[in-house]
Design a protein around this ligand. Structure first.
Ligand code: SF4
Length: 467
């Protein structure tokens, strides 16, 4: 049969029944935790679209029980570097952050903040001292970087006075903090002059300002880091060819080709995990949409087993992300364009692999390559469905023909979901209008009208919402 007619069924077959060795990648881990998705600053450019509406909704922040699991995950993962970050603003969840800092078994830690908390010198001092005390009480962690976002956007939204309160507090406590390996780093963007502007009121005190460091006459100093300036937008218009081209160029220039891999201080290869505010845990920018674990139900061993048992993620680890992207481009360059145009590497694969048909195609192609280079043998395919094994024997051109002939697209996928909601259908319709998938919006409306799988009320609500 044509496996692309039931793509998720055969992709699930591969996830469950392909016998992968799951060896390697045993170095220490890099774990990134997002305590909350909320942030009152609500920057227009925030690619996490963080804001405050619905703050009390379940799933928007890690709860106390989640933090216990995160700590266990950090311990089991033999974590070298723990990063506590956003968006949102991690310090909205102060108690969770203090617990992670005080009890997380990681050798190094990094906290990212907008500095919003520092509304007065006293507030800045109180918050930073509580964080310092938690770090100082942690016997496992030997180094802490307090990373303050200082870029043109944040100068406008958070305001310079708050950021200066943070800088001044660190300078006042410079020797005590330095002795404990607790340091401030200003985090800015390539080509951004915000650090220079921020420090203007202190101009008489600055001895030298360099791209990577500011040193003051009194001997205090702090490092400056630069992140690439990406063009983030949650819903790019892919019909705007000039903007799309520019976004793709920037993405390709600055992106990390090995996002899920981490080289630890022993130069061993480990893995880099993201733990989101809803508990989802995945390999950094590598997990496709259908294979994301959750700390509430998966411990570190289960997550590792799942990551190294997924040929899409394993292929990216073994051969880098561009290898996977080249396979995507064989059948669906639009998915690649859509994912990259969003301008954030976070969730790249989730966005790129929105379609089950594409996930199956790339899985099959990666297995074919592993068979060809001897990394996999026929014995490891024995538990797969006969149709999956038959597809693996097909040459690439024939596989691509079956892919095209299946006609299974994103609309088909959405209509086959158990009880899709009208807002999910509207969301897809709007994405079609932006050129995110190769289906005309009018064709989707016709298919919704004729879909036998859809509840009548859902169809009516969808059509009503269209106006
Ligand atoms: S301060 Fe940071 S997390 Fe908050 S909205 Fe702005 S960019 Fe997003």
């Amino acid at each position: 049969m044509n496996v692309f007619l039931k793509p998720q069924f055969f992709r699930d077959d591969i996830l469950a029944n392909l016998l992968l060795p799951r060896t390697g990648w045993r170095g220490r881990s890099y774990v990134v935790v997002f305590p909350t998705k909320y942030c009152p600053v609500a920057c227009k450019h925030c690619y996490f679209a963080s804001s405050m509406p619905g703050r009390n909704d379940e799933g928007g922040s890690l709860g106390a029980a989640d933090i216990e699991r995160v700590k266990q995950f950090v311990f089991d993962a033999d974590t070298e570097l723990l990063q506590i970050t956003g968006g949102g603003e991690p310090l909205l969840q102060m108690q969770s952050v203090l617990e992670l800092i005080g009890q997380g078994r990681a050798r190094r830690m990094l906290l990212n903040t907008s500095g919003l908390f520092a509304s007065s010198p006293a507030r800045a001092a109180d918050t930073i001292e509580r964080i310092f005390s938690a770090f100082a009480a942690n016997p496992y962690c030997g180094k802490f970087i307090f990373r303050l976002s200082v870029d043109e956007f944040h100068l406008e939204t958070v305001k310079p006075a708050k950021l200066l309160n943070v800088v001044s507090h660190f300078r006042r406590n410079f020797q005590r903090y330095e002795a404990a390996n607790f340091t401030l780093k200003l985090h800015t963007l390539a080509g951004d002059r915000a650090v220079e502007w921020l420090l203007q009121p202190l101009a008489d005190e600055v001895l030298r300002l360099e791209p990577t460091e500011v040193v003051f006459h009194d001997g205090t100093a702090c490092a400056i880091g630069h992140a690439p300036r990406m063009m983030s937008q949650a819903r790019p218009d892919l019909f705007n060819l000039e903007e799309t081209r520019h976004a793709l160029d920037v993405f390709d220039e600055v992106r990390d080709p090995t996002p899920g891999a981490f080289i630890d201080d022993n130069l061993d290869l480990g893995l880099c995990f993201l733990i989101h505010e809803d508990g989802d845990v995945e390999l950094w920018n590598t997990a496709p949409a259908d294979n994301v674990a959750n700390v509430r139900s998966h411990d570190f061993a289960a997550v590792r087993h799942s990551v190294l048992g997924d040929v899409i993620q394993l292929g990216a680890l073994d051969h880098t992300a561009p290898y996977i992207e080249a396979l995507v481009a064989e059948v669906d360059p639009l998915s690649l364009r859509r994912a990259k145009s969003i301008g954030s590497a976070t969730f790249l694969n989730r966005r790129m692999f929105a379609e089950a048909r594409l996930r199956l195609y790339v899985s099959l192609r990666v297995i074919q390559d592993y068979l060809a280079d001897g990394s996999l043998g026929q014995a490891q395919l024995e538990q797969l469905q006969a149709d999956t094994r038959a597809a693996l024997r097909l040459p690439g051109e024939q596989l691509r023909r079956l892919y095209r002939e299946s006609g299974f697209d994103i609309v088909e996928q959405q209509l086959n979901q158990p009880d899709p909601s009208p807002s999910e259908l509207i969301d897809l319709y709007q994405r079609l209008k932006l050129g995110h998938f190769d289906v005309a919006p009018t064709a989707m409306v016709e298919r919704v009208r004729g879909a036998t799988t859809l509840r009548e009320q859902v169809r009516r609500d969808f059509l009503a919402m269209l106006g």
